[in-house]
Design a binder for this molecule. Structure first.
Ligand SMILES: [Fe+2]
Length: 388
C-alpha cells in the first residue's frame, strides 16, 4: 500500500459512449473555440472520418482547418511544418483525431503554440513552461490511452530513440471516447492496440508508483480487455466488444497517466525505435516475458491479474496462480495473432541485435525505476533472449 502523498489527475472532461462524437461542437464552444485545427493521419482521412468531422463542425458554425499528414511513430521534424501553421493562424482549439500518433502530434502542436523552438526542447518531465491551445482528443483505436495521459512520444531521427514529452500542460482538456469510431479498425491494429492497452493496465497495476486509486482503474481495465479483445478483433462490427475495449483502454490510460509504465514499455520502445516494430506489437510480444521476471517481486498482484483475466486459480498456490497470469497473456497473444518471437518479425534477430537495444532500455530511467523488480542490464538481455 502506497503510504506517501500522491496526486491523481485526469482530463478536464471525459465523454464516453457510442455517438459521443456528436458532442464535439458543444465541447469546442465550451472552450470558447471558434476556429479549430483538426489533426489526423492519412488513413483516417482516406476512410472519410475526417470529412465527417469537418462537416459536423461546419454545420455548427465553426471555422475548420485540417492537418492530415501525421506519420506513425511521429518523427521530431514531422511537427515543424504544422507548428509554423499553428503559429501563423489563430486557432482556438486543436482536435487530435486518430490513434496515439495523431493525438500525440496534437499535444506537441499545443506545446509549440505557446512556446518557442522545436518539440525536442521539451523532452523530459515537466519541461513545458506554458500551456498552449486546448486539446480535444478523439481516439479511433482502443489502446494508446493518449486521450487521458500527460505524455507524447516522438522519434529522434538521428538516434532512432523514442523520446517523451511529459507535462501537465498536455493532458487533453476533453477526451471524447466514441466506440463507434473504432468499428472500422482492422483486426491486426485492433489486436496490437488492445495488447498495448493491456500492457498499460498490467504495468501500471504492478508499478512502483501504483496507488489504491490507480489499481482500481487498472484491474477493471484488465477485466474489460481480457473479456473483449478477442471478439473486437474477429467481430469488429460488434459494438458491445468495441465499447468494452474503448472502456478498457480508457481505464488503463487513466491508470497509466498516474502510475506510469515500466520495463515492458522501456524494452518495446528500444525495439520499436531501432527496428521499427510497431508500439502495440512490441509491447504485446514482450509483455509475458517481462511478467515472468516481474512476478517474483509481487506474487499476490500477479495472482490477482490472473483472476481479473478470468483464470480459475482455485486450489493453486500463489506462485501457480501468478504463473497463470503469464499464461493468460500468452494465450491472448496467440489467439489474436500477436507474435511471441522477435525473430518472426525480424529475420536473423539474435544476441548481437539484443545488445544494441540494452543501452536504450537502461537509459530509460523513468520506466525502469518504476518496475516492480529491479532489473540489471544482464537481466534485460536475458528477457530479450527468451523472446528471440
Ligand atoms: Fe503504450
Amino acid at each position: 500500500m502506497q503510504t506517501e502523498i500522491y496526486p491523481f489527475r485526469n482530463p478536464g472532461q471525459i465523454i464516453f459512449g457510442a455517438g459521443a462524437l456528436m458532442k464535439l461542437p458543444h465541447e469546442i464552444k465550451a472552450l470558447n473555440g471558434k476556429k479549430v485545427l483538426v489533426v489526423t493521419d492519412p488513413g483516417i482521412a482516406s476512410v472519410g472520418l475526417l470529412d465527417r468531422v469537418v462537416k459536423l463542425l461546419k454545420q455548427n458554425d465553426l471555422l475548420v482547418d485540417t492537418y492530415a499528414e501525421v506519420k506513425p511513430e511521429p518523427p521530431v521534424s514531422s511537427l515543424d511544418s504544422c507548428a509554423a501553421k499553428v503559429r501563423e493562424n489563430r486557432y482556438d482549439v486543436i482536435v487530435g483525431l486518430g490513434g496515439g500518433s495523431a493525438i500525440d502530434v496534437a499535444k506537441g502542436l499545443s506545446v509549440l503554440s505557446a512556446n518557442p523552438g522545436v518539440i525536442s526542447d521539451y523532452f523530459g518531465i515537466e519541461q513545458v513552461p506554458c500551456k498552449g491551445l486546448p486539446i480535444i482528443a478523439l481516439p479511433t483505436t482502443s489502446g494508446t490511452g493518449a486521450e487521458v495521459t500527460a505524455n507524447a512520444v516522438f522519434v529522434e531521427e538521428t538516434s532512432k530513440v523514442k523520446m517523451t514529452v511529459q507535462s501537465r500542460h498536455i493532458i487533453p482538456d476533453v477526451a471524447i471516447v466514441d466506440p463507434e469510431l473504432t468499428l472500422s479498425c482492422p483486426p491486426a491494429l485492433t489486436a496490437a492496440t488492445g495488447l498495448d492497452a493491456l500492457a498499460h493496465a498490467i504495468e501500471s497495476y504492478t508499478a512502483q508508483k501504483a496507488t489504491p486509486i490507480t489499481e482500481m482503474y487498472a484491474l477493471e481495465a484488465i477485466k474489460y480487455i481480457s473479456r473483449y479483445l478477442r471478439k473486437a478483433t474477429y467481430d469488429g462490427k460488434n459494438l458491445e466488444a468495441r465499447t468494452g475495449m474503448s472502456l478498457g483502454s480508457l481505464l488503463a490510460g487513466v491508470s497509466l497517466a498516474n502510475a506510469g509504465i515500466n520495463a515492458v514499455h522501456a524494452m518495446a520502445h528500444s525495439l520499436g525505435g531501432r527496428f521499427g516494430v510497431s508500439h502495440g506489437v512490441a509491447n504485446g510480444l514482450l509483455l509475458s516475458y517481462v511478467m515472468e521476471y516481474n512476478m517474483m517481486a509481487d506474487l499476490e498482484k500477479f495472482a490477482t491479474i490472473a483472476r481479473a483475466m478470468g483464470e480459475n486459480v482455485a486450489g493453486l498456490t500463489l506462485r501457480e496462480a501468478a504463473i497463470k497470469a503469464v499464461d493468460s497473456v500468452r494465450s491472448l497473444c496467440i489467439d489474436v495473432n500477436i507474435p511471441l518471437k522477435i525473430s518472426s518479425l525480424i529475420p536473423g534477430f539474435g544476441r548481437r541485435e539484443v545488445q544494441e537495444l540494452i543501452p536504450g532500455v537502461m537509459s530509460n530511467v523513468r520506466c525502469m525505476s518504476n518496475n516492480p523488480r529491479v532489473l540489471t542490464a544482464q537481466e534485460v538481455e536475458a528477457i530479450y533472449m527468451n523472446a528471440i
